[in-house]
Design a protein around this ligand. Structure first.
Ligand code: XUL
Length: 562
């Protein structure tokens, strides 16, 4: 079997992450050590787009959130310019990337010749600015397609049927409902589109100078792909929009080769002409690879613009909650995932309102308030939430009598506000209790063997301590919180190796027995509490979690999106 030595001496592997707020790159050498990283922040590095957090919010269409497609093109060019000073592109033997999941790009009829003959004397921006049938890319934060979701579910026999077919019931941010909205509301744009890419396959298309396939993992975030066959589902395609299959192209496994890097990049940035572009995938799937998640009892929690919880499983058992995607690095396996829209931006909002706009103050409040927060439970939705499907709003309750865990008399009363330290603890405990409650309901490991935390907020020790107490398991972190671009660089190496071997090779071949010497190793940051008082605390959190799920269900019945 191939070993780590199979990666050629002196070679580099480049991984991108085209996310909501930025485009990042991580470069690994053949020892799988990070040798460079770089970032373009959309708001501050490309201020002329006037995005906030990388997005536009449409005041005229509630929940409609999108990004300017061309900004991602300009960001790629700028990132390569910045990276040029740090690495020699001619040493890169494979490139891959991850994209925010579900976002889509609409190539205008007649654009392929443009894409396949880019002039290295001119910028990408100047050549691709007219290549799209709409300049607006719907992204994962959008929640304006509830109507289309119900239409698609009804057409295939209900939400559970759609979940069984595609791995998820219809979600507003998923690409199928987004495409249907475009088809219904702006049919001329739909008609004028020759190819629909995901953010992932869009960036790969630019790099190979031709339309790249959608990879099977990110493709499962569209409500269009048959999760068992890994082909487009004719039933759902028909329920979504006419003539769709022709606009989607083929699907491909995440570890396969999308093509060689286009001459544009060879001439303008001195890439080697044999440099392989490995299929790009979604950011959560790439994180799964970067975290080297391979044990079914492990859960990953990513705390970023979105918060996600994910793990791996051998079988696809979709339900009305959560998502099943193919595992990007294991052809027969699956990944399971939950996604929350109110992640870092909402934590930041509470920080700004209650903790003097300072993470230090925020953390000191978290440290000085007791676990369980005296029964204070908060629901904080700065944006319309995905899980549960609740609208913008903050809801606060005080749960009483839960100190006696055997009591049936646990009651809550709604209150207007909490004192600032309690508010800080309430948002963190609330987010984690929701993750635990939904993860258990979706059949994820309970308790997990361990949690690996990643994303920006995974550097916050106070938050990690709460995670360990609420889930009752040890918490690990990785060296860099940006596991998506790291995972993409690792997938570039994996794709390169599979290509060199002529067939699929397990990704662990790249690091087996050596993980700790690479940039991929994880370290224990909060051990599981073993004392009697820790067990008591966990029982009380379990009770509080059940109460929270009950209140949440009532809120959904009252004000949730149907
Ligand atoms: C996953 C999701 C988000 C985006 C963030 O389903 O919508 O996590 O991938 O980039």
């Amino acid at each position: 079997m191939a070993g780590r030595g199979s990666l050629p001496e002196g070679s580099l592997f480049l991984g991108f992450d085209s996310s909501t707020q930025s485009l990042k790159a991580t470069v690994l050498n053949n020892e799988l050590t990070i040798v460079a990283s770089e970032i373009v922040n959309f708001d501050s590095d490309l201020p002329h787009y006037k995005t906030e957090g990388g997005v536009y919010r449409d005041p005229a269409d509630d929940g409609h959130i999108y990004s300017p497609t061309i900004m991602w093109v300009e960001a790629l060019e700028l990132l390569l310019e910045k990276l040029k000073t740090k690495i020699n592109f001619s040493e890169v033997v494979a490139v891959s990337g991850s994209g925010q999941q579900h976002g889509s790009v609409y190539w205008k009829k007649g654009s392929h010749p443009l894409l396949s003959s880019l002039d290295p004397g001119k910028s990408l921006l100047s050549q691709l600015k007219d290549a799209f049938s709409t300049m607006d890319s719907p992204i994962w934060m959008d929640s304006s397609t509830t109507k289309q979701c119900r239409e698609i579910e009804n057409a295939v026999g209900g939400a559970l049927e759609l979940a069984k077919l595609t791995g998820s019931r219809a979600y507003e941010r998923f690409t199928g409902p987004q495409i249907r909205k475009i088809y219904e509301t702006t049919p001329d744009i739909y008609e004028d589109t020759e190819r629909i890419s995901l953010v992932s396959s869009f960036m790969a298309s630019i790099l190979v100078g031709s339309y790249a396939s959608i990879d099977e993992t990110d493709g499962a975030g569209m409500n269009l792909m048959d999760i068992n066959q890994r082909t487009w589902s004719k039933t759902v395609l028909e329920a979504t929009a006419p003539g769709l299959e022709g606009k989607l192209g083929n699907l491909a496994p995440a570890y396969s080769v999308a093509g060689r890097v286009a001459p544009y990049f060879v001439q303008r940035f001195q890439f080697d002409k044999n440099c392989l572009v490995i299929q790009w995938s979604g950011d959560n799937p790439s994180s799964l690879a970067g975290l080297t998640l391979n044990t079914p009892g492990d859960l990953a929690i990513s705390l970023g613009t979105s918060d996600t919880v994910f793990g791996i499983t051998a079988e696809a058992k979709p339900s009305l909650e959560g998502h099943v995607f193919p595992n990007p690095v294991e052809p027969d396996g699956y990944m399971v995932m939950l996604c929350y829209k109110n992640g870092s931006l909402t934590r930041e909002d509470v920080r700004n309102q209650c903790a003097e706009k300072s993470w230090d103050v925020f953390n000191s409040y978290l440290e000085k308030t007791p676990p369980l927060n005296g029964g204070k439970l908060g629901f904080y939705y700065k944006d319309h939430e995905i899980l549960p499907p609740l609208p913008v709003g903050f809801h606060r309750y005080i749960v009483e009598n839960f100190n006696d865990v055997s009591s049936d008399n646990v009651v809550e009363r709604e209150v207007e506000e909490f004192d600032p330290p309690s508010e800080v603890r309430a948002i963190i405990e609330g987010q984690m209790l929701s993750m635990r409650g939904h993860a258990e309901r979706f059949g994820m490991p309970n308790p997990p063997k361990r949690i690996i935390a990643t994303g920006g907020a995974s550097t916050n020790g106070s938050i990690l301590k709460s995670i360990a107490q609420i889930f009752g398991c040890p918490v690990f972190t990785v060296q860099r919180p940006d596991s998506a671009s790291l995972g993409a660089a690792l997938r570039a190496a994996h794709g390169w190796l599979c290509n060199a071997e002529g067939s699929f090779v397990p990704i662990s071949c790249l690091y087996e027995g050596n993980l700790e010497k690479t940039s991929l190793g994880s370290k224990l940051v909060v051990p599981a509490g073993e004392k009697e008082e820790d067990r008591e605390l966990l029982k009380k959190y379990t009770l509080l979690m059940r109460k929270r799920m009950e209140i949440e269900r009532r809120l959904v019945e009252k004000i949730g999106r149907a």
